[in-house]
Design a protein around this ligand. Structure first.
Ligand code: SF4
Ligand code: SF4
Length: 127
């Protein structure tokens, strides 16, 4: 049994201690290193080997040839389980994980993201 004096000491120390929780979403959350968030595609490094597609357990990634040695990647963020297997499978380091995690949407179409190879289309669009 905790003695009353000890209990008061513990209560007072926890009042002045920094809380273990944060005020997210009012305070921006900082993710730890190697956090596996949204996957990013670097088209200039892709050689179209399709290893990422083959190894993805959720079939969430599609690589399409859009020109001579040019490839674009489509991700279905609604299917992705953020395992980063595709990042490990890509020998050309064309895929990387980011610390982006606020990806929820009520519209499933918005969860389909295309990373373009052609600069005029911009780096990324949603379906
Ligand atoms: S992170 Fe995992 S589930 Fe998502 S695209 Fe890559 S391999 Fe597939
Ligand atoms: S594994 Fe890498 S290089 Fe091969 S298709 Fe996928 S992103 Fe491109």
């Amino acid at each position: 049994m905790i003695r009353p004096g000890k209990m008061i000491q513990q209560v007072l120390s926890s009042i002045f201690k920094k809380p273990a929780t944060t005020r997210y979403p009012y305070v921006k959350a900082s993710m730890p290193g190697h956090f596996r968030g949204k996957i990013k595609f670097n088209p200039e490094k892709c050689i179209g080997c399709m290893m990422c597609m083959r190894d993805c357990p959720s079939k969430a990634i599609t690589i399409k040839k859009v020109g001579d040695k040019k490839f674009e990647a489509e991700f279905d963020l609604g299917r992705c389980i953020y395992c980063a297997q595709c990042v490990d499978s890509c020998l050309k380091k064309a895929l990387e994980y980011t610390n982006e995690f606020e990806l929820a949407s009520l519209d499933r179409k918005k969860l389909k993201v295309t990373f373009h190879a052609e600069p005029d289309k911009g780096p990324e669009t949603k379906a």
